[in-house]
Every structure is written in structure tokens, then in C-alpha cells.
Ligand binder design. Structure first.
Ligand code: MOS
Length: 766
């Protein structure tokens, strides 16, 4: 390593040593890092994959939910008489039904209203549930229920909710908890040292997760045992929630989630519909299916909070940051979540003097949930545009400005080291492969089509860890059963897991069957979220395969009468390194034949103590802005991400592409619109709520993976990618637009409606 190379680019970091339980980091690999098609690709594209939405049981009833049509109201009276007598109706469930008068909880167990709360704090709160022989009968019954409401004044605007006379969403005011404050250094002194100060306010309206598969469940009782098929990111979390609210032992609740059509954080919580299905199934003795209509998914199953972010930043003429005053306001909707955004601002760049304040307010709107990189894309939209403005002002390359300010440590904690930080490599490799310098140096155009390029960087503040338990079974014919509890939320979890077993045991991916995401038959795993499924579970898969391999080598050593250390396993054949005569196929091992199966149990090793691990990334894009129409065409996008080792280059590329597409939606097309007159959502459908389509994504996509294993963090050297993939996208687009036409767009969505107005204002000023 040359002298200029900072230590965080040095590959020679300490490695997790091999122990009896944990294998040493891979040196070379033959399967890992290649492009492997998903093990369930055929099932997914042919329609034979059974998603929870497809589950249909004999004798199954269909449920529907009556929801409050007002933004804020009290239920005074419910008359279900007519509905109960309608054809096909088998049960009508209200808060007065046996077993339904219960408190409601969010996923970490804190109280949040009631299962049926007569105080409806947003449009779409649950009032009555019905189960009938057919879905149309259930919806007809819902329409026949008469509810008397006392309609209350509502507040849907974050700033208005702070006013002392604002309608109270909850008793005790609309500010959720105390605003959280993180401080470091001396802000006043920091601003005094600055050569100039920039202050800007940014707004990002509320975004909806909008997964393709709606939220829903099927519930069935067998005696006192409940089985639930749920479209979820974590079957064990649903098992825990259902056991808690129904007062059942965990062992009596089986939750299955083999496929699920998208979650993005919205499916980390258990829904009330799951409890309704279970209660109505118990009352009728028949399975009950409830899947929410699309409109309800928009209104009640979570969202990314909208935020208003003000950044005041002090800068020296050499580009170093001296002070940052960061303020964020956002709403979690009607129930407690967390709309904070400041984490990325506190950690990404070196700045000795920081004050970051996050305020979350209640409003009469659907509750927020974690959404792909919670808080980070909002922060990136603001912070990465301010960084761009600093570079413009100093006339230095925005890549160089970022390289200058990389935080080598967890600076807020005063220097807790990181196991790896390859942000510099993301910026350098990304710029090189994008052709950044050349693209920036293009000739100015004065026509109505203007090109520009932009860059933005990010990290993601989580990387996973224990617990995770995985079992690998190798049968006497050399075929393998891989057993893991994690949900594959569409990202290719099963595929990389099979690749790891193939790498360790030399069993072809096609020779494996995978059991996953079933609380009754698979091993405990945490929910698939936080970009941590790979770094949390892949080392456990590897340890399980390693445990199988050890037993096979022991058997072979005995049968071949050689030292175990002299043996190696390749393509299901064990051979001696020193004597080529000595070898045996795994299926010929006498002991394996007798015992039928070898079982290996793998556990996720602990994370290194006293260090943090985060993935990093930088994205580059080129846009063409039409100054007559305000349309922005995305010409090129490049993602350069440091996610540790790349397990499967194919699903890695897919993940990055999907994340960037989602970032395009956040930055350019998506916005929840609440009607100011009624407080109701005005665009709760895919026609009026615009998620990006193939017409909106960049014409060309390119990835430049950094692919440096973080072998100090875990035995597969992996970090996450799912959330970082979407964090810097919108800011990179805004920076490219500013490069093209000199307009800084501070509010999302950056759409033609807004841009035409800004271009007109720019002309007026000129
Ligand atoms: Mo994610 S927001 O952890 O699914």
C-alpha cells in the first residue's frame, strides 16, 4: 500500500479466524461471485409459485373490512343487523365480539390503540370485519352496515400539527416523544471557523411502499393450533405477534410465508387483518382469507414519512466542513413510529461540530412504517444536494469534495472504528467506469435539450448480526436439504444460500431442496429487512455446510485410513491430497449409508466487538432536461456500491437496479396526496399514484461493485445492499438536473409540473 492510501482502503484487515464452529474466510471461490439464476425462477415466471394471495383452502371463507371514511372521527353506533341476515354471511366481527376486545400493539410491543378503536384517527381505520362464503358477499355485507360517526376536526399538515390549538390526534399533544437531539463539538465555534455558510430547506412528501402483492393472510385452526399464511417479511415476527394477542403458546402458532410479492418494510409488522382472520376462523370453525383491496394498502399499511429538512452548513475554502446544524420534521401519521432522518448527516462526512434535531409529529393520516432505508433517502436528498452546491461554489469536482470529507470512523461516537469503509473506492471506481470527467467536460448547449451529470453518495446504518440458525442435511445419495427460517422477499435469498452450500460441499444447486420461512419446520431467523438477510444469515448457512463437511471428512478418514487433515472434498468426492489412490464418493461412505443422513447445524458468529459495520455506495447519472416541457429523461445510471463480498452477481445487479428504480419513484414520480378539505387520500390507486414504469427508468444501467470482502465482520465477508441501492438515487438525479439547467430542485417529486414552473421563474429572473 502506498503512503497516500488511507487505511480504510487497505485490504489487509484482520480476519475472523477459523474455529471448530466457524469456517475461515474464503480465499478463492468457484460458485460464489458468479451469476446464478434464481433457484425458483421457473416457479416465479410460470405462475406455479404459491404466494399467500394464491392460497385457497377447502371450505374457506372470505373476509372484508369496513373502514372509517373520515380523517378523524368517533364511532358512536354500529348497526350490523341487516348485514348479518344477508346471504352467505357467516360472521360479523366488532369490538363487542367475544375475544375481540383487545389492545393493539406495534411490532416491538408498545401499546397503540385497540384492535377496534372507536376513536378513528385516520381514514381507513378498522370498524367492522365480516366473513362470508364469497368475496362479493363479504363486500355487500360491509356496505349494508350502518355506522354513526361523530366527525372531528383533523390535521394532516406536519407544521400545522405543531400549533398549540391543532386538533389533538392523541391526548397529550401531537409531538411524538421528545425531539431527539444529537450534538457533537461546538456549533457556534464551528460556524465562526467557516469561510462561508449555506442554508437550505428541502421537502420530501410521503411515499407509499406499493408492493405488487397486497397485504393479507389466510388463517386456519386445527384444534388449538393456528396456522397462518401471511404475505410477510418475517414469519417469526408474525408468530410472536399472534401468540401475544391471542394468548397462545408460540408452539401453537404456525406462520408460513414461502413467497411474498414485495414488502420494502411495509410487511415487517403484523396487520389487524391477520387477527381478524384468526378470530373469525375460530368463531366459524372454517379457514378465513383476508386480502386487502389495493386502495386499503395505500391508506393503511404504511408509508415513508414526508419530511422537511433544513441544513445549515459551514465550509472552509478548502472544502472541509466546520459545522452542520440539521433539523428534520416529519409525521408518523396517527400512530407511533419514527420520522427521523438525521443519521446519515451525522455519520457520512467528517464534521467536527454537529447538531442534529429530529421531530416527529402525529397527524390524522395512515401510520408510517419502515420503508427501504428509513430516513436515509430523505436525508440524502437534502445533504447530497448541499454537498453539490458546496462543490459548485468552490468550483471543485463534487467527487473530489466527497473524497476529501469521508469519515474514517464513526465520528459521532468519537472514533469507534469501522470494519470497512470503501466509500472512496465507490466514488473512484464509479467515476472511472461512468466516464465522469469526460461527461462533466462536455460542451455547453443553448438548445432546449440540456444534458447534465450528477453524483450522490450514501451509507446505510445497519449490517445485521446474530442470531441465525441454519440446518443443512446431506442424504446418503448426496442430495441436500437446506433448512432456514428467513423469508425470501424477492431478493434471491434461497439462491445465494444454495450457492454457499454448493461452494462448501460441491453439491450442484439443482441437487438441493430448500425449506424456508415456516415457523413450524424451519430454524429461527429474524425478519428479512434492514439490508441484513445476507450478512446475518449467510454465515450461518456456511457454518451449517461446514459442519456437514467436517462429519463427512471424519467418516472418510476412518474408511480410507488417512489423516482427516489430508482430505479434501470436491464434487461430492473426498480425496487424499498426498495419495491420489485414496478417494471415495460421498454416496459410497458406509457410515453415511447406515445413518442415512448427515446433519449440520450452523450459527451466526458474533460481530466483532467495539466496531461498526456499514455498507456504502455512490451513484452517478446523466440526464437530459427538456426546458420547454420540464421533462427529464434519465439517460444513464451507474451504481458503485461497497456491500462487502458479492455472493451472486446476477441478483446483486437485480437488487441495485430495483433500488435505483425505486429511488427514481421517490425522486420523480411518487407523492401521497391528501385532500385538504377532507383529509382523505386522493390518489390511493395505481392510476393516480405514479410508481415508475419502464418508461421512467434510465435507458442504460451499469454497476461497478466494489466486491471487497469484509472478512473482519463475518465469515462470508458480506454487508447489505437492498437499502443503500435506493438511498442516493434521487439526490444524484437532482444534482444532474442542476448541472444541466442550473436549477436546484429542493422538493420531491422532481416532475415536469414542478420543473416547468421553476424554469419559468428562472427566465423571469434572468
Ligand atoms: Mo426494510 S425498510 O428493513 O424492509
Amino acid at each position: 500500500m502506498s503512503e497516500e492510501t488511507p487505511y480504510w482502503l487497505d485490504d489487509t484487515v484482520p480476519e475472523t479466524p477459523q474455529t471448530d464452529e466457524y469456517p475461515a474466510p474464503w480465499k478463492t471461490t468457484t460458485v460464489i461471485g458468479t451469476r446464478v439464476t434464481r433457484v425458483d425462477a421457473y416457479e416465479r415466471v410460470s405462475g406455479t409459485a404459491v404466494y399467500p394471495h394464491d392460497v385457497s383452502l377447502p371450505d374457506m371463507l372470505h373476509g372484508a373490512i369496513l373502514r372509517c371514511p373520515h380523517a378523524h372521527a368517533k364511532v358512536l353506533k354500529i348497526d350490523t343487523g341487516k348485514a348479518e341476515k344477508m346471504p352467505g354471511v357467516r360472521v360479523v366481527l366488532t369490538g363487542d365480539s367475544p375475544g375481540a376486545d383487545m389492545g393493539w400493539y406495534e411490532r416491538r410491543g408498545t401499546f397503540y390503540g385497540r384492535l377496534f378503536d372507536p376513536h378513528c384517527r385516520h381514514e381507513g381505520e378498522e370498524v367492522v370485519a365480516v366473513a362470508a362464503e364469497t368475496l362479493p358477499q363479504a363486500f355487500d355485507a360491509i356496505r349494508a352496515i350502518e355506522v354513526e360517526y361523530e366527525v372531528l376536526p383533523f390535521v394532516i399538515d406536519d407544521e400545522a400539527a405543531l400549533a398549540p390549538d391543532a386538533p389533538a390526534v392523541h391526548e397529550g399533544g401531537n409531538v411524538v416523544g421528545k425531539p431527539s437531539v444529537r450534538e457533537r463539538g461546538d456549533l457556534t465555534a464551528g460556524f465562526e471557523q467557516a469561510d462561508f455558510v449555506i442554508e437550505r430547506t428541502f421537502r420530501t412528501p410521503c411515499e407509499i411502499h406499493a408492493p405488487m402483492e397486497p397485504h393479507g393472510s389466510v388463517a386456519r385452526w386445527d384444534g388449538n393450533r393456528l396456522t397462518v399464511w401471511d404475505s410477510t417479511q418475517g414469519v417469526f415476527s408474525v408468530q410472536q405477534a399472534m401468540a401475544r394477542v391471542l394468548g397462545l403458546p408460540l408452539a401453537n402458532v404456525r406462520v408460513i410465508g414461502h413467497y411474498m410479492g414485495g414488502g420494502f418494510g411495509a410487511k415487517l409488522e403484523t396487520g389487524k387483518y391477520t387477527v381478524f382472520a384468526a378470530l373469525m376462523a375460530r368463531m366459524t370453525g372454517r379457514p378465513v382469507k383476508i386480502f386487502l383491496p389495493r386502495e386499503d394498502c395505500f391508506r393503511v399499511t404504511g408509508n415513508r414519512p414526508g419530511n422537511t429538512i433544513t441544513i445549515k452548513i459551514g465550509v472552509k475554502n478548502d472544502g472541509s466542513l466546520t459545522a452542520m446544524d440539521y433539523k428534520s420534521l416529519g409525521s408518523n401519521g396517527a400512530y407511533r413510529y419514527n420520522a427521523s432522518t438525521s443519521t446519515m448527516a451525522v455519520y457520512l462526512y467528517t464534521c467536527p461540530n454537529i447538531r442534529a434535531e429530529d421531530t416527529t409529529v402525529y397527524t390524522n393520516a395512515g401510520k408510517a412504517r419502515p420503508m427501504r432505508g428509513p430516513g436515509f433517502p430523505q436525508c440524502a436528498w437534502a445533504l447530497e444536494q448541499v454537498m453539490d452546491e458546496i462543490a459548485q461554489k468552490l468550483k471543485i469536482d463534487p467527487v473530489d469534495l466527497r473524497l476529501k470529507n469521508i469519515a474514517e470512523m464513526a465520528q459521532y461516537e468519537d472514533g469507534v472504528p469501522l470494519t470497512s469503509n470503501h466509500l472512496a473506492a465507490c466514488l473512484r471506481k464509479g467515476a472511472k467506469e461512468f466516464g465522469w470527467a469526460k461527461a462533466r467536460a462536455r460542451t455547453e448547449s443553448d438548445g432546449h435539450l440540456r444534458r447534465g451529470v450528477g453524483v450522490a453518495a450514501c451509507f446505510w446504518g445497519y449490517a445485521g448480526g446474530p442470531p441465525s440458525t441454519v440446518i443443512v442435511k446431506l442424504f446418503s445419495d448426496g442430495s441436500v436439504n437446506l433448512n432456514m427460517g428467513a423469508s425470501d422477499i424477492g431478493t434471491g435469498t434461497k439462491t445465494w444460500a444454495a450457492m454457499i452450500v454448493a461452494e462448501e460441499l460441491g453439491v450442484a444447486v439443482e441437487r438441493m431442496q430448500i425449506e424456508h420461512a415456516d415457523t413450524a419446520t424451519t430454524q429461527y431467523a429474524t425478519s428479512s429487512g434492514g439490508s441484513k438477510t445476507v450478512p446475518s444469515d449467510s454465515p450461518a448457512v456456511r457454518a451449517a455446510a461446514f459442519a456437514v463437511k467436517k462429519q463427512l471428512l471424519e467418516m472418510a478418514a476412518e474408511e480410507l485410513e488417512v489423516e482427516e487433515s489430508d482430505l479434501e472434498l470436491h464434487d461430492l468426492t473426498i480425496s487424499s491430497r498426498s495419495n491420489s489412490e485414496k478417494k471415495i464418493e460421498v454416496s459410497k461412505l458406509a457410515k453415511l449409508d447406515r445413518q442415512g443422513v448427515v446433519i449440520g447445524t450452523g450459527y451466526r458468529e458474533p460481530n466483532p466487538e467495539g466496531k461498526f459495520t456499514w455498507p456504502y455506495g455512490a451513484q452517478f447519472c446523466e440526464v437530459e432536461v427538456n426546458t420547454r416541457t420540464g421533462e427529464v429523461r434519465l439517460l444513464r445510471f451507474l451504481g458503485a456500491h461497497d456491500s462487502g463480498r458479492v455472493l451472486n452477481r446476477l441478483t446483486y445487479d437485480n437488487q441495485l437496479f430495483g433500488g435505483i428504480v425505486m429511488g427514481v419513484g421517490f425522486g420523480m414520480t411518487e407523492e401521497r396526496v391528501l385532500d385538504r378539505q377532507t383529509g382523505k387520500m386522493a390518489n390511493a390507486n395505481f392510476h393516480d399514484y405514479k410508481i415508475p414504469t419502464m418508461m421512467d427508468v434510465a435507458l442504460s444501467h451499469q454497476n461497478a461493485p466494489i466486491d471487497r470482502p469484509d472478512t473482519e465482520f463475518n465469515t462470508t465477508g458480506t454487508k447489505g445492499l437492498g437499502e443503500p441501492a435506493t438511498i442516493p438515487t434521487a439526490a444524484a438525479i437532482a444534482n444532474a438536473v442542476c448541472d444541466a439547467i442550473g436549477i436546484r430542485v429542493t422538493d420531491t417529486p422532481l416532475n415536469p409540473t414542478q420543473l416547468v414552473r421553476l424554469i419559468a421563474e428562472q427566465r423571469k429572473e434572468a
